[in-house]
Ligand binder design. Structure first.
Ligand SMILES: *Cc1c(COP(=O)(O)O)cnc(C)c1O
Length: 366
């Protein structure tokens, strides 16, 4: 019976797009007919709706999640001589955003239970140069923001969310985007809310931060033809905004389906496989469904032979990437993150997958 669902893809975007195809076609046609490709009503409408969805005042659409994080940090005044605290087990983009500002990324190890930033480790590196703390809601699991906010307050630093994997996740009832000073989201196609290309957004309640990000993404323009700052070509384009506007009303339903699949995976695999715990008070959106194994090569070979696709997020911690060798960290610097990265495998996870598909993956693993 289970054989009929194999091979199981890691992600099937066609299954998400197919039922909404007519709406996408109409949304795209409307942008083309209006030739309103940049800074149009499509963008404004999406921004308004995504801010409301997050429970925040402002959303500023930008061209990527990396740009969102970068503009937030720059707007906070982060620059050379400053430090930004983040984690080693993240996508390189988190570090790139810090690097662009000229600040030094200060890495701290993660909690062995949640695999997220360990506030005790962050407390140990907090200092007068700490300008921001940038936890990652990795896998769509919300980081421990209450503890981290206390540290940020203590240091006079800003708490910024890397929410690129966590659209719609909640902590103590509040959504990502409303859990810190500002949040960066990615609309890369495979994210829980993804466009038909690159895109991202800054979400914040801070009026001044929002206004400056809005200017910086558009060549630093304030009044028409007055450039108050050296900015960027950093806008979210109308085609992406129109596509995202079609998808947004379905996000909660898709996230709920992911939670059902995640619970099913957990019921079957817990005990046999190491899986991250969602922090207390958190409601995850399961962008990814990771396990950590001592023998990844063997497990990956078994998945492959069983017709199960998988990913790895991320097998090399950022401090051991060639591009970040300048930070001077050696293997062993962050033992928990390093062990997790070495053994990590991401199992198939998307809203449209069936319970039989989850069972097929688990059957191969067990
Ligand atoms: C996807 C992602 C980013 C970057 O997003 P882009 O839109 O690709 O620039 C940053 N951080 C994390 C954790 C991500 O998963």
């Amino acid at each position: 019976m289970e054989k009929t669902v194999r091979p199981v893809p890691f992600l099937d975007l066609r299954a998400q797009i197919r039922p909404l195809r007519a709406e996408f076609d109409a949304a795209i046609a409307s942008v083309v007919d209006q030739t309103a490709f940049i800074l149009s009503d499509h963008l404004t409408a999406f921004e308004r709706n995504f801010a409301a969805y997050c429970g925040a005042k402002h959303c500023i659409g930008v061209d990527s999640g990396t740009q969102a994080l970068h503009l937030i940090l720059r707007t906070l005044g982060v620059g050379p001589g400053d430090e930004v605290i983040t984690v080693p087990n993240t996508f390189i983009a988190t570090l790139e955003a810090i690097h662009y500002t000229g600040a030094r990324p200060v890495l701290v190890d993660v909690d062995p239970d949640t695999w997220l930033m360990d506030p005790r480790a962050a407390a140990r590196v907090l200092g007068p140069r700490t300008k921001a703390i940038l936890p990652v809601h990795l896998f769509g699991h919300p980081a421990p923001m209450r503890e981290l906010q206390a540290l940020a307050d203590q240091a006079g630093a800003a708490l910024v969310e890397d929410a690129c994997q966590a659209h719609g996740a909640r902590l103590a009832g509040r959504r990502t985007g409303a859990l810190g000073r500002a949040a960066g989201f990615s609309f890369y196609p495979g994210k829980n809310l993804g466009g038909f290309g690159d895109g991202g957004a800054i979400v914040t309640d801070d009026d001044a931060l929002a206004a400056l990000c809005r200017s910086l993404r558009h060549h630093g323009q304030g009044a028409k033809n007055i450039h108050d700052h050296i900015g960027y070509t950093g806008r979210l384009d109308s085609l992406q905004a129109a596509v995202l506007a079609v998808k947004l009303p379905h996000l909660d339903r898709w996230n709920a389906a992911r939670r059902v699949h995640a619970a099913h995976y957990r019921r079957r695999l817990e005990g046999a496989y190491r899986m991250p715990q969602v922090p207390g008070g958190g409601e995850a959106v399961h962008h990814l469904l990771p396990i950590c194994v001592p023998d990844p090569e063997r497990v990956m070979a078994r998945l492959q032979a069983g017709g199960i696709s998988f990913g790895r997020h991320y097998p090399i911690p950022v401090h051991l990437q060639p591009a970040l060798a300048y930070l001077g960290h050696r293997p062993g610097a962050f033992p928990v993150a390093e062990e997790l990265c070495t053994g990590i495998i991401s199992l198939p996870m998307f809203a449209e997958m069936s319970e039989e598909m989850v069972d097929a993956v688990c059957d191969v693993l067990l």
